[in-house]
Design a protein around this ligand. Structure first.
Ligand code: FE
Ligand code: FE
Length: 269
């Protein structure tokens, strides 16, 4: 990832302009998804799970992870007016203002911490961007679907079929998602937060499901019940970007207490 410029002259945008890939036409976003859709195969996902889900790399506090993240720029995001730590605090503040429970506020603060995968040299296409199931056919609702033509799984006899290796109603917990920061942070914090929060974390980039309504055939009753939390969370994640720049240092005491409440010690990464 590229270092964050010390100062970006960001101005708030109207809500409807968020995620407008065409309007911005940042060629880096397009190139990002070309790489992502070409390389996120079922086998790639299994390899990354073996590599990372042992969580035996480092012990690190939430704040250490946030401060590392602040040096990164997300190429997949057409809305890049804020630093990562500002985005974290902004999302959490939007949730706090809405009177939501403390577990959802802390979820807002930590939701992108999985991007520390970049610490270990993962390319951006294996960390960020919209996520989708692997092991079954790619939905046309995924952004830039044409780039899947270069993905070997599109020719696979099983992975290219509508249900692939899954059975109807199998439940998302049994579905392998394209590898990225959602899945990783879910595993890092799964002992510490309620189920609703874990859904918000694990599926916040799964736009084909929570926005487009695709992949319903893979979900079970719990997934469908939890979908409203994923959607609720997404509003704060996305539209808080229209708020002003948060006063990160002023808000820090509040967030330190909140983090201590849910994560009293360092986490395994
Ligand atoms: Fe994210
Ligand atoms: Fe985010």
């Amino acid at each position: 990832m590229q270092p964050t410029p010390a100062e970006r002259g960001g101005t708030p945008k109207p809500a409807q302009s968020f995620r407008n890939f065409a309007a911005e036409e940042r060629s880096s976003v397009r190139e990002f998804y070309r790489q992502n859709h070409t390389h996120q195969t079922f086998d790639f996902v299994q390899e990354k799970k073996r590599q990372y889900l042992g969580l035996d790399r480092r012990r690190m506090s939430v704040w250490e992870a946030l401060e590392y993240l602040d040096t990164l720029v997300d190429d997949s995001d057409p809305d890049v007016d804020f630093t990562q730590i500002e985005h974290a605090v902004q999302t959490a503040e939007a949730i706090r203002r809405a009177g939501q429970p403390r577990w959802l506020i802390v979820t807002g603060l930590i939701h992108d911490l999985g991007k520390i995968l970049c610490l270990w040299g993962e390319p951006q296409w294996a960390v960020v961007g919209d996520t989708f199931p692997v092991g079954c056919a790619f939905s046309d609702t995924i952004v830039y679907p044409e780039f899947f033509d270069a993905n070997p799984d599109r020719q696979h006899p099983v992975y290219s079929t509508p249900l692939g290796i899954y059975s109807e109603g199998v439940g998302l917990d049994h579905v392998h998602m394209s590898w990225g920061h959602d899945e990783y942070i879910y595993h890092v914090v799964r002992e510490h937060l309620p189920t609703e929060a874990l859904y918000a974390l694990r599926y916040h980039s799964f736009y084909p499901w929570h926005r487009e309504g695709a992949y319903d055939e893979l979900t079970n009753a719990q997934d469908r019940e939890m979908l409203r939390w994923v959607k609720a969370f997404n509003r704060y994640d996305l539209y808080s970007k229209g708020d002003g720049r948060p006063d990160v240092s002023g808000l820090r005491p509040y967030y330190e207490a909140l983090v201590d409440e849910f994560f009293p010690g360092p986490l395994n990464w």
